[in-house]
Design a protein around this ligand. Structure first.
Ligand code: NAP
Length: 483
């Protein structure tokens, strides 16, 4: 991608054009060092609107292609992302900060959504429904929704895009993608590879800049039929209200506040390892990251001890350095929030048994926070109510199963939850009782392309993954044929 490291502005992808934007460029910094790594176009409304024009113009020819042909395009994009895995992973680590091993993992995860969408697209069909009147034919057809506006967050800068554009393209939609301001480079790299894969200009547009300019046309332009958003619940509510103006279809993948329940019959080593992976991946900046640990009294001390020991092996640093498992927080605002949550927990009687402080790492930005374990968590703590989005594990002891489920459900969120137990009957009861879209039973890494991913309550609307995601990008049309 031209522009990286050179001071030249990296253009947004608007149809066949690289648009440098009329507003002052976004300055992209490595969150681990504060080093400027690129300057990226910041578009104004009209420029973003033109991307929608291109998506609208590309829609007819794209939807007219066969599903097999569209799927082949996705296969080629997947192959190119695999070819460029190392470059894409390094780019992600630089703009987002996550350890390189995690960035590589995210590229593989991102590609898996393209692979899956290609397969689902090939077999996406309608239905013939038995009629109640002789001679009539009742058909349910699936047709592409149309131009989709896609808004994505910084914490998974590639996977959150392919999880949407894979199925959207497979269904015959065209897209305009607005990535987060902190991580536009991964998005632009995917857009460039889409062109290299032979996906026609205009099918995938990447618009960069501030939401007030770039996203505003998504809700005004008559060609847009759907908004698919991944990000915070707070912004999701705003977008849902905006979408009502034109009765746009919406898919919302929003925030989470995952409970992680450990029963006294659990395999404690497996639970502690799962907890460590689930909590500290991406420095805790994941929507399905465990936010509240509920541990049954008999095993509470042992579980905390095992988790603390595993936390001792985590090494913070620049993501590109070998052996680093904790990168920086994305920005100063994120660091301030983590610090405020920990101070609030201390003030409310929480015991910090490990961490609890920012880390001063030689030559690196002041944006790293120590993996932190807090015992004695209570419902009135901010971290028990809000997403901390950092490497902090609050632990609370419970006595009974029903108490654990009630505490777990005591939140407006309903994205992911985890339960560790060896009792199969209890596992079923708890999985059914948890008001969450995703439940990991004795498993802390449940996300995969073939399974439905999404939240209940204020964690969202709709599902991504599996065959269910195709519903998000197709309209069901009923044709009644009188003969
Ligand atoms: P965010 O602040 O909601 O931003 C997400 C995206 O929305 C960014 O591209 C942002 O653009 C854009 N945006 C912000 N305000 C907007 C507005 N008024 N109109 C249109 N677009 C707007 O979330 P974030 O901090 O990037 O990401 C973290 C959040 O995402 C957490 O809550 C996390 O749980 C959630 N998340 C959910 C899932 C899931 O699958 N459920 C996955 C990952 C993350 P700018 O960057 O330009 O502000």
């Amino acid at each position: 991608m031209s522009g990286e490291h050179t001071g030249e502005v990296v253009g947004a992808l608007v149809g066949p054009d690289r648009v440098r934007g009329s507003r002052p460029a976004l300055v992209i910094r490595d969150p681990a060092t504060d080093e400027v790594i690129a300057r990226v176009a910041s578009l104004e409304r009209a420029e973003s609107g033109r991307a929608i024009d291109h998506a609208a113009a590309a829609l007819g020819p794209w939807r007219a292609r066969t599903a097999m042909d569209r799927a082949s395009c996705l296969d080629r994009l997947a192959a190119l992302m695999r070819r460029d895995k190392e470059r894409l992973a390094l780019l992600m680590t630089r703009e987002q900060g996550k350890p390189l091993a995690e960035a590589r993992g995210e590229i593989e995860y991102a590609v898996s959504f393209l692979d899956w969408a290609s397969l689902e697209g090939r077999r996406l069909g309608g239905e013939v429904i038995p009629a109640s009147v002789p001679g009539k034919r009742l058909l349910a057809l699936r047709q592409p929704v149309g131009v989709c506006a896609i808004i994505t967050p910084w914490n998974f800068p590639s996977a959150m895009i392919t999880r949407k554009i894979g199925p959207a393209l497979a269904c015959g939609c065209t897209v305009v993608v607005k990535p987060a301001e902190q991580t536009p480079l991964s998005a632009l790299a995917i857009g460039e590879l889409a062109l290299e894969a032979g996906i026609p200009p205009g099918v995938v547009n990447i618009v960069t800049g501030a939401p007030a300019e770039v996203a505003a046309p998504f809700f005004e332009h008559p060609a847009v039929r759907k908004v698919s958003f991944t990000g915070s619940t707070e912004v999701g509510r705003v977008l849902m209200a905006q979408a009502s103006g034109r009765v746009l279809r919406v898919s919302l993948e929003l925030g989470g506040h995952a409970p992680f329940i450990v029963f006294d019959d659990a395999d404690l080593e497996a639970a502690a390892r799962g907890a460590c992976a689930c909590k500290f991946r991406n420095a805790g900046q994941a929507c399905i990251s465990a936010n509240r640990f509920l541990v049954q009294r008999r095993v509470a001390t042992e579980f905390s001890g095992r988790l603390a020991m595993l936390m001792g092996d985590l090494r913070a640093g620049r993501g590109s350095e070998p052996g680093v498992s904790i990168g920086p927080l994305i920005d100063d605002h994120a660091l301030a929030k983590v610090e405020a949550h920990v101070e609030d927990a201390r003030a409310r009687g929480g015991r910090v048994v490990r961490g609890g402080t920012r880390l001063a790492l030689r030559g690196l930005a002041d944006r790293f926070y120590a993996p932190t374990l807090i015992e004695g968590a209570t419902s009135d703590m901010r971290m028990w109510q809000e997403e901390t989005f950092g490497p902090v594990a609050p632990v609370r002891v419970f006595e009974h199963e029903s108490e654990a489920v009630a505490l777990a459900n005591d939140t407006e969120y309903g994205l992911a939850a985890y339960a560790f137990t060896r009792d199969a009957a209890r596992a079923w009861r708890v999985a059914e009782g948890l008001e969450y879209g995703i439940v990991g039973v004795n498993d802390a890494l449940p996300s995969t392309a073939q399974a439905p991913f999404g939240g209940m309550k204020q964690s969202g609307l709709g599902r991504e993954g599996g065959h269910w995601v195709m519903d998000e990008y197709t309209e069901l049309k009923y044709v009644c044929w009188g003969g």
